[in-house]
Design a protein around this ligand. Structure first.
Ligand SMILES: [Fe+2]
Ligand SMILES: [Fe+2]
Length: 135
């Protein structure tokens, strides 16, 4: 078992439950695989696939939410998400290819999530704060 727990730092809290809960769900899924990494690879693969699906669904729901709040940088954020899809499919594709998940794959998926939060979602959070949606 690998010791470092995947965890979203406090600075990565967006302030909108719908988004924070989804980020948390992805992280829990990755951490679950991390804890069971030495056990059956079939179930790890299934769970990693689930984490990727959660991540993809999260991008879509985030975009819908941004649209509903008339977020002016939505188009830019969508591009960021689309560019990230490549990384997600590459990591998952490698796992599917060798029918196994390694700790480095999990770290890379975690980095994808952290990058979504810190290079894109935080700007949306500031916008929500400026417009008084969150405090
Ligand atoms: Fe995002
Ligand atoms: Fe996000």
């Amino acid at each position: 078992m690998h010791r470092v727990t995947f965890k979203i730092p406090r600075a990565g809290i967006i302030g909108l439950d719908a988004i924070d809960d989804e980020h948390e769900e992805v992280v829990e899924c990755l951490d679950f695989v991390r804890l069971h990494i030495e056990e059956g690879s079939a179930s790890n693969l299934r769970k990693t696939r689930e984490a990727c699906q959660l991540l993809l669904a999260h991008f879509k729901s985030e975009e819908r939410l941004m649209q509903s709040h008339s977020y002016p940088h939505l188009a830019h954020h969508v591009v960021h998400h689309d560019q990230t899809l490549g990384a997600i499919y590459r990591i998952l594709g490698n796992c599917e290819h060798i029918q196994a998940v390694g700790i480095e794959d999990l770290r890379e998926l975690f980095r994808v999530l952290i990058d979504d939060i810190f290079s894109a979602d935080i700007a949306f959070s500031s916008y929500l704060a400026r417009t008084g949606v969150i405090r």
